[in-house]
Design a protein around this ligand. Sequence first.
Ligand SMILES: [Zn+2]
Length: 255
Amino acid sequence: MIEYETTTECRMTFLRRQLDDPAIEGPCARCDNCAGARFTPTVSGEGTEAARAALAKPGVVIQTRTLWPTGMAALGIELSGKIGGAAAAKPGRALGRLTDLGWGPRLRDLLADEVPDQPLPAPMLDGIVKVLAAWGWSERPVAVVAVGSRSRPYLVTDTAQRIAAIGRLPYLGALDPVDAGEHQAPRGNSAQRLLQVHDAFAIGAELAAAVAAAEGPVLLVDDRVDTGWTMTVAARLLRQAGATAVLPFALALQA
Ligand SMILES: [Zn+2]
């Protein structure tokens, strides 16, 4: 193998000799030793910089929903068309994708079904700080709210409280999960998924008053975003309570 790698003769000739081929012809004219390398082994400085910048940029963008799914009226929910006005959330950020090489393995370990609810691991807080610093929001959030989680209330509220503490922002509280049932895995189409989470949260009077009094965007924290409908519904609640803008943040993006 090492001889094959380092030989300067025609590689086809080399291989045929190794295989005791009696009819070795002349050079093949196609291998890299005959025809020359097809790719330069060097990468332009520009390309290297672009790749490095993309890899080093902390966090991934959460694209928020812009349209309600079709067919909601048939399911008894009068939502259709554009998600606008007092329902819209701004694009958000996640620490990483579950499938990422960077944070993916640690996020999968933290959020796996059999892993118990726990506080935010310290290294992740460092990562979150970098994501928030690189966000480039047009208006800085003035308060933090947690999405009430049935499966990981400790993790989600701890994450929200730590972000609040480090950003010197008030933590206003968590939305209340309404349905006390089992956490349902996302399934079905968009309309069915929205139906599942549509009435899943309520905003308590105290939190509603605090959100109404906040004079700027509210950072809304959850553990993971999959279809995005939970974040959409939760952001809508905050907007309806009087939040001027909602910035979604999640630890993990599903896809
Ligand atoms: Zn050759």
